[in-house]
Design a protein around this ligand. Structure first.
Ligand SMILES: Nc1ncnc2c1ncn2[C@@H]1O[C@H](COP(=O)(O)OP(=O)(O)OP(=O)(O)O)[C@@H](O)[C@H]1O
Length: 395
């Protein structure tokens, strides 16, 4: 090893050691080149193989289009079905997030997290290759499909989806080689496989989280309706912000409706969290359940999920449970909930500039993206003022 490489290696050890002790053996270097990651992880795909797999990125193979650019379905020579994300050429913002996704997913492997098979860098082309997840995203089925398709997502499947996402998130927070905060947990970022197993996807905005720090101060990014109030107000990012988004997702899955705030429209749907909390306080918790699955729902499970959704969305981040507590609650039977449930936070809403979308997008999410300036509706401030009111747990 040359002298300068020795110095580099010494400095790397010196700076990354503390994080290694807590989170795992190595912290990826933010400056690391795309191709170096691919080579190190032995996950390089030849461009030609991806051209052949997607029939030259044929429009017939296009699955959709996100903030990075189009995603294509393909079949590799060895028979594996893949989804190929192709970074659009004209997005600077996208490039950073794309590399972020590649870097963070490189060593992540869990049944409930979408599996990154590899990368391809070819001239100015950058592509990510994932396992293909055939059953669409959760939001398409839950909010956009017809009643028949929505009912296919019966109670058992919904419960398993909630448990699966909880396990995936627990893995990211506690068990993955690097501690990761996803920052954009939402129904649109949960893909379902042919056995309805949920896979957390879209790591473009995810952040490494040094465990020895209580929080990370960061530029606010995420999706309206899912973002924790303290995060959107102060940019204070902790695992509790993911827990808040998870709680919103749980209530959406149980209720079969979006926690959607239509900013600026004459009609504002009642906020799902407020409504769920009110029903819970009135002892009418079961009325929250999506009528399409009410007949198949196991009442104790449904009540537990609603309680967990409300616990996770409490306005005080300190009162939200950790993902390990959530997984324990969901896995244990019968369960006794010791925690008191307090008033939910109003999920952040913000004015935003969408992440660069080169063509029209297939995503119907109301928001989904980064570079935004935040504004707070008076409802947010009011709710914080009245947040000290707490309620005792009951069914
Ligand atoms: N591994 C995969 N298997 C099957 N379909 C996928 C896979 N990854 C993405 N898709 C589909 O490709 C489309 C685009 O996904 P992508 O993650 O790029 O963007 P998005 O989540 O729709 O939007 P945004 O990037 O703004 O969050 C979506 O319809 C998604 O369901």
């Amino acid at each position: 090893m040359s002298r300068s490489n020795k110095i580099k290696s010494f400095l790397r050890d010196l700076f990354f050691k503390p994080l290694d002790l807590v989170c795992g053996p190595r912290k990826p270097n933010p400056q690391e080149d795309w191709d170096e990651i691919a080579a190190r992880e032995q996950k390089r795909f030849p461009f030609d193989a991806l051209v052949a797999a997607t029939k030259d990125f044929s429009p017939h193979h296009k699955l959709g289009e996100g903030g990075f650019g189009p995603v294509f379905r393909g079949r590799l020579e060895d028979g594996r079905d893949v989804a190929v994300k192709r970074l659009s050429q004209n997005s600077n913002q996208g490039k950073k997030e794309f590399t972020n996704e590649a870097r963070l997913l490189a060593r992540v492997q869990h049944r409930n997290v979408v599996n990154l098979l590899g990368y391809c860098a070819h001239g100015s082309e950058k592509l990510l290759v994932y396992e293909y997840i055939p059953n669409e995203s959760l939001d398409k089925i839950l909010f956009r499909a017809d009643a028949g398709r929505r009912a296919e997502l019966d109670w058992k499947r919904r419960y398993d989806v909630i448990l699966g996402v909880a396990r995936g998130l627990l893995y990211l927070h506690e068990d993955s080689p690097d501690c990761i905060i996803h920052r954009d947990i939402k129904a649109g970022n949960v893909l379902l496989d042919d056995k309805w197993v949920p896979k957390i996807a879209d790591f473009g905005m995810a952040r490494l989280f040094p465990e020895d720090q209580g929080q990370v101060q960061t530029r606010v990014a995420g999706t309206s309706g899912y973002m924790a109030p303290e995060y959107i107000m102060h940019g204070r990012l902790t695992k509790a912000a993911d827990v808040f988004s998870f709680g919103v997702l749980v209530l959406e899955i149980v209720a079969g409706r979006r926690n959607h705030i239509r900013s600026g429209s004459a009609y504002e749907a009642p906020n799902l969290l407020d409504w769920a909390y009110k029903m819970y306080k009135k002892g009418k918790t079961l009325e929250i359940i999506d009528p399409l699955v009410a007949s198949t729902a196991i009442p104790e499970q449904a009540v537990l999920c609603i309680q967990i959704g409300l616990l996770c969305t409490q306005i005080d981040p300190q009162l939200r449970p950790s993902m390990s507590r959530v997984v324990l609650l969901l896995s244990k039977k019968p369960v006794v909930l010791d925690e008191q449930i307090t008033r939910p936070g109003i999920p952040g809403r913000m004015k935003y500039q969408t992440r660069h979308r080169p063509h029209s997008s297939s995503s119907s999410d109301s928001t989904s993206s980064t570079t935004r300036t935040n504004t707070f509706g008076s409802r947010l401030s009011n709710s914080i003022a009245s947040s000290s009111a707490s309620a005792s747990t009951h069914n």
